[in-house]
Structure formats: structure tokens, C-alpha cells
Design a protein around this ligand. Sequence first.
Ligand code: ADP
Ligand code: MG
Length: 516
Amino acid sequence: MADSVYSNYPPHLNPAQKEFLVRTIKDWTVQHGLMIRPAPTFISKESDPQGVVATSAPVTLFPSPFPKSCFEEAQALQTVYNQLYAAITCDEQWIGDIMEDLIDVDDFISHLWKVHLAVKEEGYAQTLSLGLYRSDYMPHVPSASTPPSLKQVEFNTISSSFGGLSCLVASLHTELLNSPPGHPIAYPSHPLLDSNQPPENTSVETLAAGLAAAHTAYGASKSSPALPTCVLFVVQENERNVFDQLALSRQLTKVHKVPVFRLLSSEVFDHTHIPASNPSRPLVYRPPHADGVEFEVTTVYLRCFYTPTDYKSERDWEARTHLERSAAIKCPTVLNQLAGCKVVQQVLAEDKGLDHLAKFLAGTDPTTIERLRATFAPQHDLSSNGRGRELALNAATAANHVLKPQREGGGNNIYKEAIPEFLRSLPETEWKRWILMELIQPPVEAKNVALRPDGEVLGGHVIGELGIYGTILWDQAGGKVLHNEQGGWLMRTKAKDVNEGGVATGFSSLDSVVLH
Ligand code: ADP
Ligand code: MG
């Protein structure tokens, strides 16, 4: 039976075993930097006025079983997905046609589109574009007798997070599994654990290598006189997931010998400028801590600007435009960010989507395109004569769906029975902001135990979501691909009765996998 592997997993821990395992994990996370800054609801500003406290990231005590065939398929398809999203980004007209419907109802999308148009009008100073992507999946097991198939939850083209921590969770679980043979120290004996361990996880190496490829491809300084070059991480204020990002910058600096700086999105204009006299438009960064020293930014890596709250005023939109019009390679460009909209995924999943895939993946063999298409769950728009409306407004069919807006970062979706009433509460003109997606049905018997950031240990039925990282560097002018890699993965696990996912939003815990 497909899910029998889950039925007596994870092995039972008696109180002493549990105490030992939790203590070991708490210490390991701190020792290795598997950490986050605490939520203010957990440690208030008054208790930590200097902001010195960090706490263990939420992690599962055990790796989760995951179907090997699905894991391998997800890895095998990643470079094809990279190529697909690069090709979509190269087709401005195609994206524009899709955005057209959204622009009058979605202020955020409309703003992004305007940034693109403004820079297009002036002329882009950089044609190279970098994607650090994560494709998220669940194994779909509609009945106990069906073998699991791989279904995509979403494809992320901006601020794909947790690569810096996910490999640490794999190391943690691997270490716990590698007690001396026959002497189970951390985990009680279990067939899934006894001679198994998580697959290699190269998330940090892969993501940093993508950034390094862009840095190299940028070439020599365009400033006169020439400036030393650097990569710039543009980040949110009060970022709690800072150690994830630091793992990537540390790798870039240590292994690739690339200087990396972090800059708050609200301070872009304070510390960067584009010399008006230089038609190449280099982005010059002046670190506030290094008197008078200037760097030219080869690559802007955005870990911000993906959600409306990152744009507090018009000045933030100007800052985004400023970065976009510079000669720095953007990860991502506005167009590449827009290509990651849920509506794009919905359009690709339609019956007619095959034509789009064939166009964007011209030269890829049809079997591979079919395999990629097989990872799509059914998705619909909510146009007046469409099937989507019918499914969304009927309580019985809505129960098998999720309603998604064009947003990233978690906490935005409407689930199941809540869909009909929610839609009816909106003017019909706004319905086109949303897409309807059939729910993926992960294995029902999966269980795990999580150590939450406040120290609580919670066990029960869970849903796991696997992300595969991929990086691609391409030339928007002509579409030539200079670098295309997959590598590294993320497993996030949440309690089964929770609809939303997301570690940063507090719903999920970081996990790893043992393949079966
Ligand atoms: P976001 O951009 O907010 O991360 P997602 O599409 O990833 O949006 O949705 C958030 C969460 O909702 C996912 O992590 C997953 O737990 C759940 N979810 C989304 N789509 C589906 C689906 N089709 N089936 C089951 N769960 C889903
Ligand atoms: Mg998501």
C-alpha cells in the first residue's frame, strides 16, 4: 500500500528518549547556526532591546519519508523548469497580455508592470538576468492504492528562501542517524531509518554558484576610473531569516572570493547611486562603514520587494526602479518576478498550456515536456463563463480547492469551504485577481514531531512540501543561457490541519527527507 510506510513512523520515543533528542537538537541548532531571530511575540523588544537574541529555527525531530520516484523526478525537471521561466521572461509580450487583465484590479502588479515599462522606455542597461528559483511540490496520493505522483504547489522566482538552512537540517538528521551501527543513540531503531539517510543537499553551493556566475558574467567595471566589484543583497528591515541569507553570502565570499554587502531596501538611495554622466549606468555602492570606498554592484540579489508591504511609499517604488535601470544583473528582474505570478502557472496548466510549453521549450523533447506538464495540478481562472467559477462557488467542489491571489510569502490564500463566501463578498470585477487550484492530496498517514521556536514539542499528522532549488543565468536579448543548474532542496512540514505553509510565517517547520 502506498502509505503503509508511514503507518508506524516516526518510531515511538519514551519520555527520556524524547528529552535527550530535543536537548541534542536544541544544542545542535545553536552550534551550527540553524537559527532565526525570534518573533517579537516570543521575545519582546523590551526583553531584548539590543536585538542580540537568536533562537533555534523550527525543525522536525525526524526526517520525513518521501517517495524516491517523486524526489528524483523533481530534481530531473528542475533545469527544464529553469529554462521555461527564463524563456517566459524573455517573452515580454506574452507576460504583458496576461498582466493586462490584472493591471486594473491589482495595484501591486500594476506598479510592478509600470516599473518595467519605465525602464523599457529608457532602455535596459543590462540584458543578463539571474534566477534563483525554488519549485515546490507535494506527493499526490489520491487513494491508498495509487502510486504517488509529483505535483507542483508553486514556482518561486523571487526571494526563494531557506536554502541556507535546509542543508543544515539534512546535516542534523544525518548526524542523528549516524549513531554507531547497532547502537541507536538518538533514534530508536526503525526500518526506514536504520540504513538510510537524507540525500546530499547542496543548496548553499548551488545558490551561491548562481550568484557567482552572474558576478563573473558581468565582467569588468563600467566605471571610470574602474571600481572594485561586489554583489549586493537588498533585504527587508527586521528580517528574521537572516542566517539563511548569511549562509549564501558567506559561501560567496569564502569560496568564490566575491565581496558581498547587505543593504536595507529602505536605504537604497542612501548608499547607492548611478552616475548621471555614465551611459552604462553602473550601480555604485558606498558602504557606510568604509569611509569613501566605492564598489560597483555586479548583481543585485533581492530578498525583499516581493510583497506590497515592502513598498511603504512611492520612494520604495523609485528605489526598485533605480535598481532595475542600473547595469547590475538583477535577481530577479521585474519581468522575471511577474513570470512567477500564480496566474502564469494557471495559464500553463490549462489545456492550451501545452502550446505555450512547446513554444517556450522548443528543442526540448516532447516526453520531457509531458513529464513537466504532469506535475501541474488542475488550475482555473474565474472568468464569467469558465469552469473555475462553477467549481469555486459550489461548496462541494470548493472543498477540494484553494484560491490564490498574485502574492508571495504566505498567508494570502483562501481554502476549501471558505471560498464561495469569500468570493461572493468581493465585487465580481475583482475575481480575476484570483486563480483556483485543485488541492494536492499528500499521504494521509504521514506523521512527525516538531520542535517549535518557543520550545514546544508538537507531534501529529503532517503534510510535507519539497522544494528543489535551481539557478539560471540568461541573456534577455536572444535568450542565450549561460548557466543552468539544479541542486539542493528544502523540506518543510506542517501540521495536517493547517492549510497554509511557510516557515517564516510560522506554519511550517524545517525538515529533511529519507527516500523510500
Ligand atoms: P505562497 O506564495 O504564499 O507561498 P503557495 O502557493 O505556496 O503560496 O501556497 C501556500 C501554502 O498553501 C503552501 O505552502 C501549501 O501548504 C498550501 N497549498 C497551496 N496550493 C496547494 C494545493 N494545490 N494543494 C494543497 N496545498 C496547497
Ligand atoms: Mg509557497
